[in-house]
Design a binder for this molecule. Structure first.
Ligand code: UTP
Length: 292
């Protein structure tokens, strides 16, 4: 069985209210971390996992994402004419040539589960990845989190969900799993609970924004009633999937930055600046200066 994940879905139709007023006009996924928008990090991770079909679930305000991955004729010809080949390569390198983008619309923000369901006509009945771009997961030169998960999913013929240990007092912000360890990083999920209060949480293993799911999840989503917050929750469909087949929780190798909130975006920006040889020293100096 191929360990490649051909299709990856990016649900990007949320309203991004935590970044208002910027998100009045700028899609959250286009917010930059140093010089690349969040969506570029997410796409790079999907391509690293083997994807050749990227499915963006957008809304009518998010044209910028399609524009970003489109050819920029005027800019490219200006850069070519002026011999700025490095910049030209950068502009042309947002997407490898063999990768295609498909855009589908989620007419109303009815929840993450509903957004994933909107991708059904493109994905069909094969295992696929889901990447939430506001969880930026960085693993340096090592394999991206989604690639690690795709390999495990192919080896075990199972769905795989990324999890991370969170402080107990934060369980109410996440889907929390109860799982039985099967290896150093993987555990078989017994139960998923959406946003439990700390005293009711079965563990502190929180679901974060990466999934490898079978096509069957679409039928389960079609039968999922609105749950917490009146939204169609992906975790409810995963709960139904658990009754039929194994789903693994996977503690990925890498660092996650929750760029869906302001502090997470600041931390990601500093971390990525420290990864950049041209910025690292000055950034470190600045951090020392402001820490005093
Ligand atoms: P969030 O819970 O972060 O919501 O969605 P949001 O709207 O993006 O941001 P806030 O909370 O208002 O600041 C998690 C992911 O699910 C997608 C979002 O785009 C984000 O990638 N999503 C959520 C949808 O695509 N559609 C929805 O109806 C809800």
């Amino acid at each position: 069985m191929s360990k490649r994940l051909r299709k990856v879905v990016f649900p990007v139709a949320g309203l991004g209210t935590r970044f208002l007023p910027a998100t009045k006009v700028v899609a959250k996924e286009m917010l930059p971390v140093v010089d690349k928008p969040l969506i570029q990090y997410a796409v790079d991770e999907a391509v690293d996992a083997g994807a050749d079909t990227l499915v963006f679930v957008t809304n009518r305000y998010k044209h910028a994402i399609a524009d970003y991955f489109d050819k920029a004729y005027e800019l490219e010809s200006k850069l070519a004419q002026s011999g700025k080949n490095d910049l030209l390569a950068m502009v042309q390198g947002t997407l490898p040539r063999h990768v295609r983008c498909v855009f589908v619309t989620q007419p109303e923000a009815l929840g993450l589960g509903h957004a994933v369901l909107c991708a059904k006509p493109v994905v069909g009945d094969e295992p696929f990845g889901v990447v939430l771009p506001d969880d930026l997961i960085w693993n340096g030169k090592g394999p991206g989190a989604l690639r690690q998960m795709a390999e495990l999913a192919a080896d075990e013929h199972a769905g795989v969900i990324a999890v991370e240990e969170v402080p107990r007092e934060q369980t109410h912000k996440y889907g929390i799993v109860d799982a039985t360890p099967v290896s150093h990083r993987a555990a078989k999920i017994n139960l998923v609970v959406e946003k439990p209060r700390p005293e009711l949480a079965p563990s502190n293993l929180a679901i974060v924004g990466r999934y490898v799911l079978p096509g069957r999840i679409f039928e389960l989503l079609e039968n999922t009633k609105p749950g917490a917050g009146g939204e169609i929750q992906l975790t409810d469909a995963i709960e139904a999937l658990l009754a039929e087949q194994s789903v693994l929780a996977y503690r990925f190798e890498g660092t996650r930055f929750d760029c869906g909130n302001k502090l997470g975006l600041v931390k990601a920006t500093l971390a990525m600046a420290l990864e950049d040889p041209q910025l690292a020293e000055a950034t470190r100096g600045f951090m020392r200066e402001v820490a005093c």
